[in-house]
Design a protein around this ligand. Structure first.
Ligand SMILES: [Zn+2]
Length: 256
């Protein structure tokens, strides 16, 4: 899935991470999708698109360019983060973090709160050559796109996984722990479990901006992210599914 298809499906995420050789170009395209003033975005011709191309758009912050010697340091990075509550001129402000994998762990940690908390008009675009150097806590908060296309991050999900995720989400909206556990218990196959968890992660990230329970949703996203990794390590499927259901419920509704 590329960024244009996500936009056309009405699912342009608030935080994106591009990997691959074409990451920089795709990042610019994503900025235009956020800020273009034309009906058919990104037009490449309107005032906003032209200013983005010339790197002079007032609502685009190229964070790496703001660093004194072009490399990420904690002090100037904090200064950028602290200015994040200024209102943008238009509808959104886009922060671009080029080569986030070059950031120290301390710098990446400084971004966590920034990317997960309001104001709602902030958007975040990251690029990375090597996303294994990006903290899991950042990875779990962004939608990753391989800008080179080619092999997608994951094969298209099976109808079974799609149905299961619908049932899980609907149970969670009803605050039904039993419903969530029952939906998870349909999963009998490791591949389906893995697909289900990845899809669920996407659904939760999409639900996050509108949620009144951001803390709970974020904790649940982190839990699911851990289970995504666990599911790839050949676990006992029904035990893993059951404990994931319980943990999501616990994190979402803070049941201790
Ligand atoms: Zn435009």
């Amino acid at each position: 899935m590329d960024v244009l298809s996500l936009y056309q499906a009405g699912k342009l995420p608030r935080a994106l991470l591009f990997t691959g050789g074409a990451a920089a170009g795709e990042a610019v395209r994503a900025v235009k999708l956020h800020l273009c003033e034309s009906e058919s975005k990104p037009c490449g011709k309107c005032g906003a698109c032209v200013r983005i191309t010339r790197k002079v758009h007032p609502d685009v912050v190229s964070v790496k360019d703001e660093m004194p010697d072009g490399s990420y340091k904690i002090k100037p990075l904090r200064a950028v983060v602290d200015s994040g509550s200024l209102r943008p001129g238009g509808g959104a402000r886009v922060y671009v973090f080029e080569a986030v994998d070059e950031m120290s762990e301390q710098c990446q940690n400084a971004l966590l709160k920034f990317i997960e908390e309001p104001p709602e008009y902030n958007r975040f675009i990251f690029t990375a050559e090597n996303d294994s150097r990006v903290l899991p806590t950042i990875m779990s908060r962004v939608v990753k796109i391989n800008a080179d296309g080619g092999a997608p991050d994951a094969p298209p999900e099976s109808a079974e996984a799609v149905e299961t995720v619908k049932a899980i989400m609907s149970a969670l909206f009803r605050k039904s722990e039993y419903g969530a556990a029952a939906a998870f218990s349909r999963v009998k196959d490791r591949q389906v479990l893995s697909e289900t968890l990845r899809l669920l992660l996407g659904e939760m990230k999409n639900a996050l901006p509108r949620s009144k329970n951001k803390k709970g949703v974020l904790a649940a996203i982190d839990a699911v992210y851990e289970y995504v990794k666990r599911a790839d390590a050949n676990p006992n499927v029904s035990i893993t599914a059951a404990s994931c259901a319980a943990e999501i419920y616990k994190e979402l509704f803070d049941v201790r």
